[in-house]
Design a protein around this ligand. Structure first.
Ligand code: GUN
Ligand code: ZN
Length: 428
């Protein structure tokens, strides 16, 4: 279908609600999205757009809320099968659950099966774009990009680089890590809707030589993303200090090796010094807030409002399988709960912005996706704001769109995702 008119409630952002409050969002209770050739061609009042495009087929989503598809700016698709693994903190959790599972992704058939499952779960939850770590195996990257390409999805991904403190069979070395990453990047980056992310896992699993190689590769291809982990857990920071005793703090390791700047995405970024925060601002380095992971693994409470207020690009992420849910609604709920524990209630507009435009900006994909805006790609989501009896009861008492939406954020799951559109086409 070259052109398609969707009717329903619509919600978009004119600006950032962290700066401008909830009025940064525009809500139309009877709105419309005109899609042409996979892009948003017009937005506005339902009757007006219908009159302007009388011959275009119409899908009426009724009271459904049409918004941009969710963008998950930090996830590990190879950990899909070990989500909800009990009883460990970060380093033990990596050794007990994560590394044994990641070992299996050298098998292209297994990688392909898990990539399909992962994309099924993500789309069922309204996630239309993600930035995923793969494993050290090039096969794991091939599998995800091929599966995303077949579905027409905008996807960011990269081969994990890891040359120490990981088991046999799960290490590369500075040269092979560089060569394999470069070959994958040259094959996939900019092909259709796909982008490559240079992906050194985190400082403790890379030698300085490997971090140098990662920095060189990124410098050679600066329009790629770069993703890694920063200051997630106190034990991890203590370990980093033993491994890099000459550095004043965690971020300085990445600075030294050319791994900060626009398009760099630091997962977690919880326990930061003032110097590190200032450096994130100065360099334009982004942060992926991973709230379900930060509670599940017991990492801590990220200062989202403080970071956004200082000018750090921040997005929202599931971080499966450290994260405990594929649902971006559940992830927003966890971000709200973490805010509450910090004495700071994030507004539903702020939560939604983080899950869409915020994440798209962190990934430098906001020209393409993340908001209802004319010219962006039509990756859309329709939420049913009455998807269960409890949610319907609470939302039925709402006085405005935020009160109507908040029960779905707090209580909703994939049942609230009424329809997803990828590149203008309905999924499923
Ligand atoms: N730090 C290094 N690797 C990982 C990972 O796979 N998950 C999380 N949550 N933290 C990490
Ligand atoms: Zn992670």
């Amino acid at each position: 279908m070259a052109a398609h008119l969707l009717l329903g409630q619509t919600l978009r952002f004119r600006s950032n609600p962290f700066h401008d409050g909830p009025d940064a969002a525009e809500h139309l209770s009877r709105g419309a999205v005109l899609i042409r050739d996979g892009r948003i061609a017009a937005l506005g009042d339902a009757e007006a757009l219908r009159a302007e495009a009388p011959d275009v087929p119409v899908t009426d989503h009724g009271a459904g809320l049409i918004l941009a598809g969710f963008v998950d700016c930090h996830v590990h698709y190879p950990q899909t099968g070990i989500i909800a693994s009990w009883g460990r903190r970060l380093i033990d959790w990596l050794n007990s659950y994560t590394f044994p599972e990641e070992m299996r992704f050298g098998d292209p058939d297994y990688a392909a099966r898990m990539a399909e499952l992962y994309l099924d779960f993500s789309l069922a939850n309204g996630i239309t774009t993600a930035a995923s770590y793969c494993t050290i195996h090039p096969e794991s990257v091939e599998a995800l990009f091929a599966a995303a390409e077949a579905r027409g999805m905008r996807m960011v991904a990269g081969k994990v680089m890891m040359d120490r403190n990981a088991p046999d069979g799960l290490r590369d070395d500075p040269q092979t890590g560089y060569d394999q990453s470069k070959a994958l990047l040259e094959r996939w980056h900019g092909r259709g809707r796909l982008s490559y992310a240079v992906t050194p896992r985190f400082a403790p699993t890379s030698t300085p030589d490997q971090l140098d190689a990662a920095g060189s590769l990124w410098a050679e291809h600066p329009d790629c993303a770069m993703q890694t982990h920063l200051s997630e857990q106190r034990e991890e920071i203590a370990w980093m200090r033993e491994l890099f005793p000459d550095h004043p703090d965690y971020l300085s390791v990445y600075e030294t090796h050319g791994l900060v700047g626009e398009g760099a995405v630091m997962g977690h970024a919880i326990h930061l010094t003032d110097r590190e925060r200032a450096s994130l601002v100065e360099t334009g380095t982004g942060v992926a807030h991973c709230p379900t992971s930060n509670t599940f693994i017991g990492s801590g409470l990220c200062d989202v409002r403080g970071l956004v207020g200082q000018g750090v690009p921040v997005g929202l992420a599931t971080d499966v399988g450290g994260g405990s849910s594929f649902s971006m609604l559940r992830t927003m709920a966890a971000a709200y709960e973490i805010g509450q524990l910090r004495g700071d209630a994030l507004h539903p507009a702020e939560l939604l912005w983080l899950a869409t435009e915020g994440s798209a900006q962190v990934l430098r994909q906001a020209r393409h996706v993340g908001n209802l805006e004319v010219g962006r790609e039509a990756d859309l989501l329709v939420l049913d704001l009455a998807s269960t009896p409890v949610i319907a009861e609470r939302a039925g008492r709402a006085g405005d769109i935020w009160e109507a939406l908040f029960p779905t954020i707090m209580l909703g799951d994939d049942r609230a995702v009424a329809q997803v559109y990828v590149n203008g086409a309905p999924v499923g």
